[in-house]
Design a protein around this ligand. Sequence first.
Ligand SMILES: Nc1ncnc2c1ncn2[C@@H]1O[C@H](COP(=O)(O)OP(=O)(O)OP(=O)(O)O)[C@@H](O)[C@H]1O
Length: 277
Amino acid sequence: MITFKNVSKAYKNHHALSDINFAVQPGSIVGLFGPNGAGKTTLINALLGMIKVEGDIEVLGLEPFSQRHKLMESVAYIADVATLPRWITAEKVVELFEGVYPKFNREKALRLIATTSVPLNKAVKHLSKGMIAQLHLSCILAIEVPLLVLDEPTLGLDILYRKQFYDMLITEFYDDDRCIIVTSHQIDELEQILNNVVILSQGKMVLHETMDNIAEKYVAVKVDDSNLEAARKLNPLTESKGLGRTTCIYHGHSHETLAPYGPLSIPSLSDIFVATV
Ligand SMILES: Nc1ncnc2c1ncn2[C@@H]1O[C@H](COP(=O)(O)OP(=O)(O)OP(=O)(O)O)[C@@H](O)[C@H]1O
C-alpha cells in the first residue's frame, strides 16, 4: 500500500529525513515512533503529498505530491482527536465530516455515536473533552477508506479514553485490506494493537520490523550482578540497573546463548525504543 524508496527531505542544511526505505502491506497497523524532532510529522507529510521530497513514494498506487487530490479520496488523516469546531452541534459535526470525506458513512457514524453519551443536539463547546473525543472518534471510524493516518490521536485524553480509542479502532475500523499508521509518544499503550513498528531517530529509520520479528530478535535478560561482567561481553544494547540485578537488552543473540546469564523475557516496545534510539 505504501512504498518509500530513498526518501530524503532537507530544510536548508538540516536533514529532517535521510534515505528512508520501507514498504507497508494491507492489514498493517504501523506504529511510527521517534523522539521529538525525529522526523515523524515530516514522514507523514511526505506520505500525504503535503511536501516535496527527494526519492520515490507510492501510496495506493499514486505519487502523493503530484496526485494528492486523488489520493485524498482514499485516505483519512487525523491529528489530535478532540479538536472539533466548538460552535457547532454534534449533529453538524457529522454533516461536516460528510462534506469533507467522500467515503464517510453517515449511518455508521450515527450508530457509533449512539453507543456513547454524546447528545446530538448539544454544541461541541458544551461537551466534556472525553465526549468530544468520542464524537470525533465515531466520525473518524466511519470514514471508509483503505488508509487511515493518525498523528498523536490521543493527545490530552485520559487513560480510559485512550484505551477505548484503540479498542474501537480495532473493532470498528481495522480489517485485512486496510492500513493504519499511527504516531504516539505513548509507545507501550499501542504495543497490543500494532503488527509493524517504525522508529525514527534524527531523520533516519533505525528500526522497521514486524512485532513477530521483534519478539524473536530482541531479548531482555535479568542479569545477576555476579554475572554482569560476562554478560557485558555479549554487547547489550542497553542496561538498566535494578536491585542486585541489571536488565540487559540484546539484539541478535539466541535464547540458548543468553539463558545462562539470567531469566529471559521479551522487552517492551519502549525498552526497544530506548535501546535503538
Ligand atoms: N518547515 C520546516 N522548516 C524547517 N525545519 C523543519 C520544518 N519542518 C520540520 N523541520 C525540522 O525537521 C525535523 C523533524 O521535524 P518533525 O516535525 O518531522 O519531527 P517529529 O518527529 O514529528 O517531532 P515531534 O515528536 O516533536 O512532533 C526537526 O528538526 C524540525 O525542526
